[in-house]
Design a protein around this ligand. Sequence first.
Ligand code: SF4
Length: 391
Amino acid sequence: MPEELSYLASYLGKDGFFKYYNRFGKLPCLLSNEIIRWKPDIVFISLFAFCYAPDAIEIVTALRKAGYHSKIILGGAGVSAYPAYFLRHSSADFAFAGEADCAIKNIIRKPKSTSGMWYFENEEITHNDPAPVKEFYPLIVPVRKSSGIQYYSGIFTRGCPMRCGFCSSRMHMPGFRKASLYSIKELFQKTDWANPSHLNIEDDAIVWDFEYLLEILNLYKISAGSNATFSLENGIDYRALDADRVKVLAKLGLSKLNISLVSIDPAVSKNYGRTGYPDKFSEVAEAAHLHGISVTGYLIAGLKGDTYDGVRKGLNFLSSLPVLIGISPFYPVPGIQNFEDLSFFNAIPPRLCAGTSCYPWHDISTEELVELFCEARKINLTRREKFRRYV
Ligand code: SF4
């Protein structure tokens, strides 16, 4: 266990909680030796979430120790939330905030004049303001093969038109954009579809433009075959769905739906700029179940204003529906609502900012968060076989 998470040690092995704390992937010293063998001009290190900052910084340190003296550029969602942190705590040359894939040519040629770039100048941290990104190209990648089905992940939009206070997407992907149907069609035609195929659609907000989603699905079926299935991942906004829409999606091959309740307490949701309609949530979950679609309902535990009893109420609500429960202990990211003061993050270990750290950021204690987490998992165990069609 990292020392900063030692308060979790007494919960390890508890029924329904984690048994171990594992680190996956190559150790920084081995990774840096491999990188150096390629003699790169620039090393880009991408960081998915701020809580993993120590791991990214460790790789920078290992690279320098192994004798790499060229440019290192850190980027990704974790860096975008607080770029200066990474310049202060590592020997990386640059920290990039925003969508690096859309600015890659500039970053390689003229990093110091790239919008969104942070770096040291005369021993002071300076940065270029981010510029709005207009283009976005859709993406499909094969992810795994299971039971003879080839799974792909697809991303067709970027950013999100919503502004949920607990979400950091607006910081690293400002502005909502949809890929053109022409570019999506081209991509579908170029993709080497296996038979049978399943597409995980990763865009949270795509259901808000239902016609656009239907166009994409029709193009998908033309290219991947009429038996191809798909899932809507990542906590889709159920408020844009209803029983009729679920029926249409079921006919087009929807086999798995992830929807996000956030909180059962309207006051808690409202505080974060979300409206909540439990009846609508039930309608969508029940309709999906009726059509043989497996549903996971997400719930956040530990938002500001949340109480232990309030979250239990949410669990009870989800338990009454044909869904698996995806419980996410709340975690802050620099810059989100109530955590706008970035200096706060100078004084705490970033690892506390992981959901699995069950840190008591607001009114629910670690013990209670662990309890709620275990309870959700126990409920799932009893219903997994009943409701889930595939894993
Ligand atoms: S709808 Fe999802 S992606 Fe969009 S702001 Fe809310 S939580 Fe973030």
